[in-house]
Write a protein that binds this ligand. Structure first.
Ligand SMILES: [Zn+2]
Length: 374
């Protein structure tokens, strides 16, 4: 029976490719890689983090054709493609051959078989400088090289570069969170400096996001910092929150806080909340989709005077936002690393006058917009 008689399905297409495109074993691929072939791991970043052949180029399937065009100038170079079990690499090879690459070979059995053959893998893409910088953190068993890579690949949106955002962003940058997106519409004023420790006399008058960016890149030049000198509002909130892993809420007004809360709920992003006033502060994590807990609106169903953080009118002891912002950074790192129990369903309150921390439960409000009954 000829191939023509076989109905066209994904499987028949795959079988056709298996017949047409010669594949090579992982052992032969490793040998040719030592000669002059280029081995490309076409899986996704979350798969690379668990391990990838030593020395492989890592280009995910969706970017392969466009990236190769820039990377490989010699069309005669031998290209070896590896995926998880040998299917994606076949389709990738088919595509590259159609473009005109002649010597393209998928690796049979993919990375799964590569490991079974005992061939060399590496779990990280940390540079020697990064490995040195984060060595004390990598040594912690629950973090290790894999956890540090998770931080490197993480994106955190920091809303506000004031008293809370300053210490939080500094610790996130120091810990190696790979991409910080800062948004704030204000400029640095001398009256900020008593608590907003990311800014300085030398940056008075600058956009706060620019002043903060300068500080963070001096501290850690290996990370990316994007600064947005705008308010967070209806025009940008969803896109920015959709594009990050965690939102660190260091804002100073209810309107923005409700906006952050609503977008985080809609897009299932963890909302790390902090607020300060005079001599006390509080912190919590709202993550309704994951933890069955409530949202910021459950805690403050409508704008209540006295919640937080208008330091300009109420005043605040400068170190209090330092304590709360640092706790927010801690919760953010825990979420990114999957460590411990985040402060979901709980409100941690700090009273500087007595030196006491108190944790109370937050009940999800069944009447709130976040309730599954709604
Ligand atoms: Zn709610």
């Amino acid at each position: 029976m000829s191939d023509m008689a076989e109905p066209r399905t994904w499987r028949s297409w795959l079988r056709g490719l298996q017949r047409e495109i010669p594949q090579i074993s992982p052992k032969l691929a490793a040998k040719r890689q030592r000669q002059d072939a280029i081995l490309i791991d076409v899986r996704e970043p979350h798969e690379w983090r668990k391990g990838s052949p030593v020395g492989a180029l890592r280009i995910s399937r969706g970017q392969l054709e466009s990236r190769l065009d820039k990377l490989i100038t010699d069309p005669d170079v031998e290209i070896l493609l590896l995926c998880e079990n040998g299917v994606r690499s076949l389709f990738a090879a088919d595509s590259l051959k159609k473009i005109g690459y002649e010597r393209v070979y998928p690796v049979w059995g993919g990375y799964r078989f590569w490991k079974e053959c005992g061939l060399a893998s590496e779990t990280g893409c940390l540079s020697p400088v990064e490995t040195e910088r984060y060595s004390d953190q990598i040594r912690l068993p629950p973090i290790g090289q894999a956890g540090q890579l998770r931080l490197k690949n993480a994106r955190v949106l920091c809303v506000g570069m004031g008293g809370l955002g300053s210490p939080a962003a500094i610790y996130l940058a120091a810990a190696g969170v790979g991409h910080l997106i800062l948004i704030d519409a204000d400029r640095v004023d001398r009256s900020n400096l008593q608590r907003q420790i990311i800014h300085a006399e030398t940056t008075l008058g600058l956009e706060k996001v620019d002043s903060a960016r300068q500080f963070l890149l001096r501290l850690n030049p290996d990370i990316q910092v994007t600064s947005i000198h705008d308010p967070l509002d209806d025009t940008n909130a969803e896109a920015l929150i959709d594009d990050c892993d965690v939102v660190l809420d260091g804002c100073d007004n209810y309107e923005t806080r409700y906006l952050v809360s609503d977008c985080c709920r809609k897009l299932a992003r963890p909302h790390v909340y902090g607020a300060v006033q005079e001599m006390w502060g509080q912190v919590s994590v709202f993550w309704p989709s994951q933890q069955q807990g409530g949202c910021y609106r459950c805690l403050y169903p409508e704008s209540l005077q006295g919640d937080a953080a208008n330091c300009n009118t109420l005043g605040v002891l400068g170190v209090v936002p330092g304590v709360i912002g640092t706790l927010q950074a801690t919760e953010t790192l825990k979420i990114l690393l999957g460590l411990g129990q985040p402060l979901t369903n709980r409100l941690l309150q700090y009273d500087a006058m007595t030196g006491a921390f108190r944790v109370s439960r937050i009940q999800a409000d069944p009447e709130c917009v976040c309730s599954s009954r709604k």
